[in-house]
Design a protein around this ligand. Sequence first.
Ligand SMILES: [Zn+2]
Length: 413
Amino acid sequence: MAERTLLTNARVLTCSAGPDEQPAGADVLIEGDRVTRVAPRIEADSARTVDLRGATVLPGLGDAHVHLSWPLDFVFDHAAVAAADPGPHMLDVAAVTRTFLESGYTCVIGAGTTQPLDDLHAKDAIDRGLVPGPRIVPSGPMIAEVDGLGGDGEMMEVAATAEDLREIVARQCDLGVRALKLFISGDGVVPEFPSDDVYMNDEMLLAAVEEADRHGAFLTVHARGSASVAMAARTGVRIVHHACFLDDEAIKALEARRDDIWVCPGLHYLYAMVSGHAEPYGMTPGRIEAAGYPLELRSQIEGMRRLRESGIKMLSGGDFGHQWTRHGTYAAELQRYVELAGMSPVEAIHTATRNMGPATGLGIGQVREGFLADLLIVDGDPSTDVTVLLDPGRRRAVMKGGKFAYVNPEVYP
Ligand SMILES: [Zn+2]
């Protein structure tokens, strides 16, 4: 019989209900790696019983735009990370996976590696129990179009035709990559490649989607301008990162795919840049202005309002790992959704929980019978104050697959 654990005396935020859900008193029974019951006062004689003394239980969080390759002390020097000695570099990656887990994140979706196999090596070591970390939907090197951002091939793989792209996707998938990352727009931070630029074309993306599909993988894209977002939506891309500009055509294309496309804004990153948090690292006000980021931030906030009105689902994630968006502060993304984009705390939490289930194809994101027992246990009520999730001192424990994967040594001696 599977190992049984009974969590008692908990306040449970199931993330199975609407955006106005409040935590309710309940016990949670876990058998093997799954939740098998959530109800007041469960009797389970043979189960290991853990009294949570009134703490809140919610689904483990998920971040959908992750670069595990960026070390804890990353300073925007991608070339140095690419050239680093692979041995010590992998230990840096392991420190990052541990940081995600200890921050309450039990699942991450890769958004491109700097050393090619970083996500795959990390996933393998975590799955074998060698190092602590979240579930990983692994990415590989980012893929650029030959004339586009990244097309110099220094940091990315480069495709000129649909056949090239199909070959790259097939090769990455054969290695185990499941979240391909394509650059289909520019980025204001590199002025020669403005955000409105569109790279690749429908034929290339359709070929890439078809090839990924054959391997049980999916496409994610860097798409800042509205034309690139519309192209991603009509060709079958699953996750659209950034989507800073959205016109009617882009919204309509996204609406047509409401059930199998997710937008991952990365709002905190823009907010932090525009708010001067990156200034000590060379991102002067002049550079931020030249990047067009103040306009992008306003546009993204307006775009998120339109996405919510249109019922297009969002994910939480956003390039954490810069010194101005440090590893371990991942839930700041949820805080910005509440403070800037007008979401309720639970609506914001859904972008990191219940929306991650169908986006990853894993049975995660809800505290509910049949779901994987990936759980975050915190002091306080994140349904009224989402910043509770940012406070390391309030994190009591993290469970992954029904087992305690992190227990806060300051809380439980
Ligand atoms: Zn990124």
